[in-house]
Design a protein around this ligand. Structure first.
Ligand SMILES: [Zn+2]
Length: 193
């Protein structure tokens, strides 16, 4: 059953994203309402940008022999709903009507297993580099569209992976500008972009 309607999303797929299907997904429970967004950062190999490897990892097509650092990714089954690359281009891997596997062991506000209630957005990036202006612009548009679809998401529930899994994760990292993110988001909500 589709939970989405209107023009921004069709069956949970955003019109402004390029679809790239991931098998790493599962149905949501109809009783669980989406009220959280988790922002991540990823680069493959770490610190390198622009390659096809993140898409391949999420699509379960990554050749783990391509790079020594990929050995630890063998058998890893992860995904996110969205990836925003360094150019600001947005790819969608999982319908927002389904759970993506991005949060792992996590908790927020006393609730565990954040995949159940959240939408995961990956930014192509790492802990040591600033994100690109185009990424913030695309993120703002995506956040506004998601809140339009799921109004229970509030600015205070747009969090980082490090906020929900602080002993395991650091992303989106110290270079992610939360003030800019929230300012752009609020401006976007007010202007209706
Ligand atoms: Zn993450």
């Amino acid at each position: 059953m589709s939970q989405t309607s209107g023009t921004d999303f069709k069956d949970g797929w955003w019109r402004d994203a390029t679809p790239h299907l991931s098998p790493h997904a599962e149905p949501r429970l109809n009783t669980v309402e989406i009220d959280q967004i988790v922002i991540h950062a990823i680069s493959l190999p770490a610190g390198e940008f622009g390659g096809p490897h993140i898409h391949a990892l999420f699509a379960n097509t990554l050749d783990c022999d391509l790079h020594p650092a990929f050995a630890e990714l063998r058998g890893l089954r992860v995904s996110a709903h969205f990836l925003i690359d360094r150019r600001g281009l947005t790819t969608q891997f999982v319908s927002i009507d389904e759970r993506a596997w991005h949060a792992g062991v996590s908790s927020f506000g006393g609730r565990a297993a954040c995949n159940a209630r959240s939408i995961g957005i990956e930014l192509e990036g790492c802990d040591s580099t600033s994100f690109a202006p185009a990424q913030y612009e695309s993120l703002s548009k995506l956040l506004v569209a998601l809140v339009g679809r799921h109004p229970r998401i509030r600015a205070s529930r747009i969090v980082g992976h490090a906020d929900i899994a602080p002993t395991r994760k650091t992303d989106p990292g110290p270079h992610f500008d939360w003030i800019r993110c929230r300012r752009d988001f609020i401006c976007g909500m007010l202007s209706g972009v």
